[in-house]
Design a protein around this ligand. Structure first.
Ligand code: FE2
Length: 216
């Protein structure tokens, strides 16, 4: 096998995991609109995806020296869900923020620290328990119904961490909020760091041909 063929086979493997995850998640959302089921069954799909750290292309694992990065990997055509690679440089952290839609997080590489908050009627934020340490393979979930406000950081000061996020909408375009000291609430839209999506269809032709029994 040539070097080019070896590289191509590896890329097919990369795109296959993400392609299968996206297809399975879309099928789940067609089966149910019950949030608890989406988080439970979708969490199992995400756990399976982050169990292997061999599929995320380097372009979507690149840290920025000053800011954490959110690379969009997929947005459902009906914007029912989006998949994002969240890349933390050493010591980087989010502000305290909400999402306004359900979300699932699976740690792919390194570790994250998550502090969840409740918002009192007077606007003050109160931590909901101690910070949670999520290592590679661990999952987290949130939604407006079960708790939607948190602050997340790279658990490491000396290396990159990466998690895969799934949200119940096109998260890069959703109006949401950052919570600052003194109860100040600021609207924000996160956007995405990348201009190009990964090609999840590379290598799909062979699989497709197997199904339809293509003639050479
Ligand atoms: Fe978040």
């Amino acid at each position: 096998m040539t070097q080019v063929a070896i590289a191509s086979a590896a890329q097919d493997h990369v795109s296959h995991r993400l392609r299968r995850f996206i297809g399975d998640f879309a099928a789940l959302l067609t089966q149910t609109e019950i949030e608890g089921e989406i988080l439970k069954q979708g969490g199992a799909l995400l756990a399976d995806l982050v169990r292997h750290d061999d599929w995320l292309p380097d372009a979507y694992a690149e840290p920025h020296p000053d800011y954490y990065r959110q690379y969009v990997l997929h947005v459902d055509s009906a914007e029912r869900f989006s998949v994002v690679s969240f890349v933390w440089g050493p010591g980087q952290r989010t502000p305290i923020h909400d999402h306004t839609v359900w979300g699932l997080v699976g740690v792919l590489r390194g570790a994250e620290q998550v502090t969840s908050y409740s918002r009192r009627e007077d606007g003050r934020l109160v931590p909901r328990g101690a910070p949670v340490h999520l290592v590679a393979g661990a999952l987290d979930q949130f939604s407006p119904d079960i708790g939607d406000i948190h602050q997340v950081s790279n658990a490491f000061d000396d290396r990159v961490s990466i998690s895969i996020h799934v949200y119940g909408g096109n998260i890069g375009a959703i109006n949401r909020h950052v919570f600052e000291a003194g109860g100040i609430v600021k609207p924000f839209i996160s956007g995405y760091a990348n201009d190009a999506l990964p090609n999840i269809w590379r290598g799909a032709l062979d699989t497709h041909n197997e199904h339809i029994g293509a003639v050479q």
